[in-house]
Design a protein around this ligand. Structure first.
Ligand SMILES: [Zn+2]
Length: 161
């Protein structure tokens, strides 16, 4: 799957053979570069960031600060805050993007589609009828209608309000 204007994807692919490093842990410990890292909000135990490889505009990730692979390994307090942040994500995505539906969920393990398999995260994304079918099936290419910087500005403002 190629993305029309996401050159960082090639960087990402190139880095797959490099040293193993958890991107979520790197983002979790360094709050000085939240804009660069696309972090839109931070809780006490989790952060919310944009997916750099979004399926649709407004594709958010809720990420615990702890490096654990499964829900089983998450402390209750972290889990409760994670779900509360997912609820906020639902609210803000609905208000900003007026989607017809939303997906909220976990891909646990690489074979389930997790891009960062060792560090659990929840996906929250707005959905519209037909948003995945047309360009994907025709050209193996997705057209993203909004720049990540714009999405970040909108959601950062919404979560900060
Ligand atoms: Zn991690």
């Amino acid at each position: 799957m190629d993305y029309l204007w996401t050159p960082w994807r090639y960087q990402y692919v190139t880095n797959l053979g490099g040293p193993v490093e958890c991107i979520f842990c790197a983002v979790a410990v360094d709050s000085s570069q939240d804009r660069t890292h696309l972090v839109v909000s931070r809780g006490a135990r989790n952060l919310i960031m944009l997916n750099r490889y979004p399926y649709t505009s407004g594709h958010l990730l809720v990420v615990p600060y702890e490096h654990v692979a499964t829900l089983e390994d998450l402390p209750d307090e972290t889990l409760v805050e994670l779900i509360r942040l997912a609820r906020l994500a639902e609210k803000h995505l609905r208000a900003l993007y007026r989607p017809e539906g939303l997906n909220l969920g976990f891909n646990i393990g690489r074979s389930a589609g997790a891009g960062v398999a060792g560090h659990i995260h929840l996906h929250a994304l707005p959905r519209w009828t037909g948003d995945t079918n047309f360009m994907t099936s025709l050209g193996e290419t997705r057209v993203l209608p909004e720049a990540l910087e714009t999405t970040w500005e909108r959601l950062h403002a919404a979560f900060g309000a």
